[in-house]
Write a protein that binds this ligand. Structure first.
Ligand code: XUL
Ligand code: CO
Length: 437
């Protein structure tokens, strides 16, 4: 999220008419790009087609669409500007005038639904502050949210696109610099509570299938000014109140916590899957929450790509996936589109083994590189990732169908029950996996 406005061309052409033409009911935002077709025989240079993702193809009793439940995130794809700590925005979106107005917010939303529809993705996700501008008071902010979610509901009905999850941005505003649920100032904690109350209400209104908590500022930079047990207890109480309010209003979506070890705080309380599972069990919240796992966060925690997905699933708590990747050679959250077939295969194997993610899905919490400035790049990036996961699904289905790899683990245990030194056969297992990817 950035306060930088999109680039002005600086040639006087950025006048109001340039944007207001997108207010027309029949305005098309992505001219020249139609619905993305499935074309399995396409060559390497054709990147605006699906070569592997065939939505209605049945794999192990479910369609690809049902297994994969792809979702586009609104924050990166419609609020990302390409700004980074060293540079100004690079991404010009012709409908976005960079203003904090409701008109601009509505244009972005309508551009979003055209994008989801042309891509053929059935779900979207957002933070409250991505979709509607924050007002001077909470009442004004909530009024903006009411108006925008009326439009979102209308667009959802018209397109059939559904809300995978909503979340509250409890980290960008300066009021949250010392945390939201874990903030030592009760006034701020109360503000966060009021924000989540509204968040759950709009989630219900839009039929969200889940609701996510990512604790961006819940953690510490130095232990010297922090009472960790008080903060963790306050967080648990906050989560309990959210779970109670969910029941009170009859919202049926699953509540999800998204682990991340660091960034923006030096140490985040929701460090990784096992930390969150331990927290939930300690505070007796494990029946109210599941986990939303983002592999870029997993690798930042020093684990292998699929580790948190496997751990959360093993405890019956894998709710959804923020499907992305980092660069393992970097130490920060690059939110890249997942393009590694082997990683996708391992993730999909776990997902098939737990019989799917529903009501969760694969949400692309990913951003195009700031150098990828063309509108077509928004499509190409998602298509590439969807094809990667379609291949992962096919590979994982084959692994499970043939059973060679799973039988190998079972047979090994039977044949080697006696705990004497014997080969773990890692290389043999790796060679078998490579046969499938
Ligand atoms: C931050 C992150 C968030 C959450 C939602 O790293 O992943 O976008 O997914 O707040
Ligand atoms: Co995420």
């Amino acid at each position: 999220m950035s306060s930088f406005a999109p680039l002005s061309k600086g040639d006087g052409s950025n006048d109001a008419a340039q944007y207001t033409k997108f207010d027309a009911a029949d305005a098309e935002f992505f001219k020249g790009i139609g619905t993305i077709p499935y074309k399995p025989d396409a060559g390497p240079t054709e990147t605006l087609v699906y070569k592997h993702y065939n939505a209605k193809e049945v794999v192990r009793g479910k369609t690809m669409e049902e297994w994969l439940r792809f979702s586009v995130c609104f924050w990166h794809t419609f609020r990302g500007t390409g700004a980074d700590p060293f540079g100004f925005p690079t991404l010009v979106r012709p409908w976005d005038d960079g203003s904090n107005t409701m008109e601009n917010a509505k244009r972005r939303l309508r551009a979003g639904f055209e994008f989801f529809t042309k891509l053929g993705v059935k779900y979207w996700t957002f933070h409250d502050r991505d979709i509607a501008p924050e007002g001077e008071t909470l009442a004004e902010t909530n009024k903006n949210l009411d108006e925008i979610t009326d439009l979102a509901l209308e667009l959802q009905k018209k397109t059939g696109v559904k809300l995978l999850w909503a979340t509250c941005n409890l980290f960008a505003h300066p009021r949250y610099m010392n945390g939201a649920a874990s903030n030592p100032d009760a006034h701020i904690l109360a503000y966060a509570g009021a924000q989540v109350k509204k968040g759950l209400e709009i989630a219900k209104k839009l039929g969200a299938e889940n609701f996510v908590f990512w604790g961006g500022r819940e953690g510490y930079h130095t232990i010297l000014n922090t009472n960790v047990l008080t903060e963790l207890t306050n967080m648990a109480n906050f989560f309990r109140m959210a779970a109670d309010y969910k029941k009170k209003i009859g919202f049926t979506g699953t509540l999800l916590i998204e682990p991340k070890p660091k960034e923006p705080t030096k140490h985040q309380y929701d460090y990784d899957a096992m930390t969150v599972i331990g927290f939930l069990k300690h505070f007796k919240l494990e029946n109210e929450f599941k986990l939303n796992i983002e592999p870029n966060h997993t690798t930042l925690a020093g684990h292998g790509y699929e580790h948190d997905i496997v751990m959360a699933s093993a405890f019956g708590l894998l709710g959804s996936v923020d499907s992305n990747t980092g660069s393992p050679d970097l130490g920060w959250d690059t939110d890249q589109f997942p393009m590694d077939v082997k990683n996708a295969t391992l993730v999909m194997k776990t997902i098939i083994e737990q019989n799917g993610l529903q009501p969760g899905g694969l949400n692309f919490d990913c951003k195009v590189r700031r150098e990828s400035t063309a509108l077509a790049d928004m499509f190409i990036s998602h298509i590439g990732a969807m094809d990667t996961f379609a291949r992962g699904l096919r590979n994982a289905a084959k692994i499970l169908e043939e059973g060679v790899m799973t039988k190998h683990v079972k047979k090994y245990i039977m044949d080697n029950g006696n705990p004497t030194a014997c080969s773990g056969q890692q290389e043999h297992c790796e060679a078998m996996l490579n046969y499938y990817v």
